[in-house]
Design a protein around this ligand. Sequence first.
Ligand code: SF4
Length: 168
Amino acid sequence: MRMGYEALIDKSVEMGALEARLVPPKEIVFDARSFLKCRFGCNRWGKYWTCPPNLELTREYFMDAFQKYEQSIFIKVPDPKLGQEIAVAIEKEAMLSHGCTFAFAMAMCIQCEECAFPDPCRYPHLARPSMDGYGVDIGKTLEPLGFRVEFDKKGEFLPVWYVMVLLD
Ligand code: SF4
């Protein structure tokens, strides 16, 4: 592991994150059932460039790339747009200051009220895939960290979102 990733945690918090933690990629939980949740019940399915089935890179391709990463940072945010901004900023910082040539942010894309799909993406420099779109079980991954995906009594998400940046 390269030294100094703690600075990325500090930067995340400076930018407005509630908390951030380093998580070794081997502790990230994948579960094929997350695709069922994407396919059935999510109103983003098929409407966003950054969600299935429009990701274009297969899960197998993603997993090949994933094996190469040595560290990741999970970032808890109060707002999904802020989360996307922080994730992309941390990805850039990791590349510029930590030698992570292939640092890669994963965050639900919230840049446009309506995605341009199937027309070209308006902000490809900001758009990244959602974690669950590649099978990450966010809840199970977060449990050991003391982070939780929480719902209110009506089944709505509480205002807490998570983004991730893979670090090499
Ligand atoms: S930036 Fe806009 S057009 Fe591009 S994937 Fe995100 S929502 Fe869609």
